[in-house]
Design a protein around this ligand. Structure first.
Ligand code: COA
Length: 182
């Protein structure tokens, strides 16, 4: 599998990271909390998926679906009243997929201190056409050293995701061939 366009396919003009980078902000309320009074991880994951989806749609110029979400890290609890900022950008692009990196920051409602990073995640989106089939995405053009570092790290994660999927598929095929039950 190649990550970029093949010779048979015309090039698509690239798009800079800054063209689709976005921030989604939300004030946390009582309906977002768990029994401990802190915000549910699932509420944060929804915001992360929303922000990343907006970035993927903007970068690819059309619909994009979440293919995977990994390394969702919750670093600090978030409380009612906190103003949460979810910052997302395209880290890497393949042929039809994009990795979107997300950082979650919280401004404490009762402190005038800078926003604290409370979480992060990496999501892969596939751009799809009207039939839900994967379609080509513009290559992302990195603009800063930080963008370039994120691109390189995303490539490492991509390699590991593919290797893990392949290894698990091969193991399952071997077990099935040996007549072992699921
Ligand atoms: C994601 C989806 C479109 C992939 O379709 P597919 O027929 O498997 O197509 P492909 O194997 O060609 O994969 C398309 C791209 O997604 C990537 N991809 C697919 N599954 C992936 C996964 N689990 N993790 C990471 N990348 C993945 C592929 O590597 C490929 O990228 P590339 O073209 O840049 O190399 C399809 O599985 C799907 O529709 N899933 C449901 C999505 C959904 O409902 N999400 C939640 C709501 S938005």
């Amino acid at each position: 599998m190649t990550d970029q366009a093949t010779d048979a396919e015309p090039d698509i003009p690239g798009k800079p990271t800054s063209a689709s980078r976005t921030t989604l902000s939300h004030i946390m309320t009582h309906s977002d909390t768990n029994l401990l009074g802190t915000v549910h991880g699932g509420v944060i994951m929804k915001l992360v998926d929303d922000a990343a989806g907006a970035v993927a749609g903007r970068h690819s110029g059309g619909p994009a679906v979440t293919a995977s979400m990994d390394e969702m890290a919750f670093l600090e609890p978030i409380r009612v009243g906190d103003l949460v900022h979810v910052k997302a950008q395209v880290n890497w692009t393949g042929r039809t997929s994009m990795e979107v990196g997300v950082r979650v920051l919280a401004e404490r409602w009762n402190e005038s201190t800078p926003a604290t990073q409370v979480g992060s995640a990496y999501l892969v989106f596939a751009a799809v056409d009207a039939d839900g089939k994967p379609r080509r995405v513009p290559p992302v053009i990195t603009e800063t050293d930080r963008d370039r570092r994120r691109y390189q790290e995303a490539q490492i994660r991509r390699t590991h995701r593919l290797a893990r999927r392949r290894a698990i598929r091969e193991l399952r095929e071997k077990r099935a061939a040996a007549g072992l039950e699921d």
